[in-house]
Design a protein. Structure first.
Lengths: 271, 163
């Protein structure tokens, strides 16, 4: 890791001030993507601004129709939250399936959502649960938030403060993990919203990162059953292909994971 | 450089460190506590697992400066008065190791696991929860036996304490 200077601001305005007045700054949360990146010398921020001591970024609030999670909340806390488990069990299950125990003790929902790794779990929940991403300066609907691999609508210096999920009628999450890295090779988050519409978000597979599989949504709007998905396939040319899984295999996994998510509504199915 | 104080195994340790110092470097190189190992250095193998404010984390992926003011427990802090911690004793009795490289991390992860589940563990859960710790020698069988045995003794000890 190259030399860097660490800061731990206690307020949002202090953090933004530091960002705006520093050469090559970077925000730091759980650090479970950023620190490995720094150790590999793939990034060399001169200033690390740790956002975890800012009060607005912590806490979980559940209302009649929303689950609102502060961006510095660790995966283990979301996974163990009685309130989240009761409101959206698939979301708690998703958080409990990220990485391993030690990673979940450090990694945060904000870090995952801000980094937008194409194989990360949380982006699928954000998109499927029609979430709103609240920052220090505005509220961004999920539909406008994700903009391709590792790219989001966040501007330089903008801080992700909390994520507001709509509580659906029911949701399910199914993931096929790479057995070595445990990142998803394909995962589907399926939600039936209270307005009756179904949203299917796929992560780990698309060559533009997380996306909605609208053909599957149309079928599931008619009938939220595995049978409704029969014969439905996705175009492999839109899938990532790499040493772990070629594009046509990922396309196959997308269809299988979507069916498994529908079979496991109200929970998760992690392979 | 930053001046930080981390309470390690109950003892406050103050040092001047570079901000890029990893917690595992602080533990091994600044404090000389070399029981915590560096295996992969990429957050995968779990050999560097320690407890940070009571939770198992991989100390190769935490900045020492970010742990300023925290409590850290390493493998050296488990035994009390020359007596092995029950999880260490179980690894010894069940031969839950061969080369021993992963053992400190395995034990720190297991202590955390037994505590979080209050000793209520079965084989499936133990194997699942040890996903973040790699062992290239044992095939895990004796490690799992050791954790289950220590978990059972934890339950028994707490049942006695509750009476």
């Amino acid at each position: 890791m190259y030399a860097t200077t660490y800061h731990k601001p206690k307020t949002l305005s202090e953090a933004i001030d530091l960002y705006e007045n520093s050469e090559e700054p970077s925000y730091l949360s759980g650090g479970h993507t950023l620190i490995p990146t720094l150790k590999s010398r793939l990034a060399a921020p001169q200033h690390l601004i740790d956002v975890r001591a800012i009060p607005e970024l912590s806490g979980i609030e559940v209302t009649a129709d929303k689950v609102i999670i502060g961006s510095a909340t660790r995966h283990a806390v979301v996974a163990a939250s009685k309130e989240v488990k009761a409101a959206i069990p698939a979301l708690a299950g998703l958080a409990g399936s990220i990485g391993d125990v030690q990673v979940r003790h450090m990694g945060t929902i904000g870090g995952s959502t801000a980094n937008n790794d194409p194989a990360a779990d949380y982006p699928s929940a954000v998109l499927s649960l029609d979430a709103i991403v609240h920052t220090d300066r505005r509220s961004i609907p999920a539909a406008d938030y994700f903009q391709g691999l590792y790219t989001t609508a966040l501007e330089p210096g903008e801080i992700l403060v909390r994520v507001e999920f709509k509580i659906p009628e029911v949701a399910g999450y199914a993931k096929f993990r790479n057995p070595a890295s445990r990142y998803s090779m394909a995962a589907a988050f399926v939600s039936k919203h209270r307005d009756g519409h179904v949203r299917v978000a796929i992560t780990g597979a698309g060559n533009e990162g997380v996306f909605r599989w609208t053909e599957a949504e149309e079928r599931l709007d008619e009938s939220l059953t595995v049978e409704a998905l029969e014969g439905l396939a996705i175009d492999p040319s839109q899938m990532m292909g790499d040493m772990h899984a070629p594009a046509n295999y990922r396309a196959h996994l997308v269809a299988v994971m979507t069916r498994r998510a529908v079979q496991n509504l109200g929970g998760t199915h992690i392979l | 450089m930053s001046r930080i104080t981390i309470t390690v195994n109950g003892k406050p340790e103050t040092r001047e460190v570079e901000d890029r110092t990893l917690l595992v470097q602080f533990i091994r190189e600044h404090l000389g506590l070399t029981g915590t190992h560096v295996g992969c250095d990429t957050t995968q193998c779990g050999a560097c697992t320690i407890h940070l404010d009571g939770k198992a984390v991989k100390s190769c992926t935490v900045l020492a400066v970010a742990a300023d003011g925290s409590e850290v427990m390493t493998i050296e802090g488990l035994a009390k008065g020359g007596k092995l911690h029950p999880v260490q004793q179980a690894f010894h009795e069940h031969h839950g190791l061969q080369c021993g490289y992963c053992t400190p991390g395995m034990i720190m992860a297991s202590v955390d696991m037994i505590r979080r589940h209050d000793g209520m563990l079965d084989e499936h859960t133990v194997r699942h929860e040890l996903e973040g710790n790699l062992c290239r020698c044992t095939g895990y069988h004796n490690i799992v036996k050791a954790v289950l045995d220590a978990a059972e003794k934890h339950r028994a000890a707490h049942a006695v304490a509750a009476e």
